[in-house]
Write a protein that binds this ligand. Structure first.
Ligand SMILES: [Fe+2]
Ligand SMILES: [Fe+2]
Length: 249
């Protein structure tokens, strides 16, 4: 994209945002601003005269298809997925099973599309109704296993965690407990393989396309015919929230 198209795009987005705010009262959920604001203060009051509270698609966002697939969420709602694509590619290169490749492809959708804190749990919960239990387990537990080395597969404590969290960082007791639980689980090695293929550093030169994984997703992700968010699975409401993140209710 050249500078002019970028500028035009940014201006169009600005315009859409102000047009949307003229028409709708759009309120952020407490969790979006908690920390920046003290949630006990409640949300900022907006002048509601002449405007309705948004109850559907946020016009500032790219419109999702009516029956969205998981790949549509990558295209319309998730942040840059380079890390996920490169991790999935690495798993393939290392000869991992298709289920592990899928787990790598989806493992950080918590961070890039929903909520960062406890991202492994959120991501696993999102996909659990649609994937094999091994895939969900690997995604859920990769988060805690990342903190613990396993020499049998050459996994050491990430250098980047020392930079990010400091040399003295100690995981919370629940993380330790979850690690002990995962260690004894029949799918321990699946989650461990995910951590092995969870790339620490992005390779800016390596371009991996989402489409490369269409077949694997097709074979191992049970896409609901109503579209993600519109079936009756236990995580449908979470997909709807990602689709319509600013609905008033
Ligand atoms: Fe992660
Ligand atoms: Fe990751």
């Amino acid at each position: 994209m050249n500078d002019l198209t970028m500028l035009a795009k940014a201006e169009a987005a600005d315009h859409a945002a102000s047009a949307a705010m003229d028409k709708w009262v759009i309120v952020k959920s407490a969790i979006y601003t908690s920390g920046e604001r003290d949630p006990r203060e409640g949300h900022e009051r907006q002048e509601a005269r002449g405007r309705l509270h948004l109850m559907g698609h946020d016009p500032r966002l790219s419109k999702m298809p009516e029956r969205p697939t998981v790949l549509d969420f990558f295209k319309h709602r998730f942040g840059p997925a380079t890390h996920l694509l490169q991790s999935a590619r690495l798993a393939q290169k290392n000869g991992a099973s298709e289920k592990i490749v899928l787990a790598c492809l989806l493992h950080d959708i918590g961070n890039i599309g929903f909520i960062r804190a406890d991202h492994g749990y959120w991501a696993a919960q999102l996909v659990e109704p649609y994937v094999d239990e091994e895939v969900a387990f690997a995604i859920r537990y990769h988060q805690v296993l990342r903190f613990y080395p396993d020499e049998s597969v050459g996994y050491t404590y990430p250098e980047s965690y020392i930079r990010l969290f400091g040399a003295d960082f100690k995981p919370e007791p629940y993380v330790e407990r979850e690690y002990r639980y995962a260690l004894k689980h029949k799918y321990y090695m699946s989650a461990r393989l995910l951590t092995v293929n969870d790339l620490y550093a992005f390779d800016p030169a390596l371009n991996v396309e989402l489409e490369e994984f269409t077949d694997i997703v097709g074979r191992h992700f049970r896409q609901p015919k109503e579209g993600l968010g519109f079936d009756q699975s236990p995580s449908a409401h979470m997909w709807r929230t990602i689709n319509w993140p600013t609905r008033y209710l």
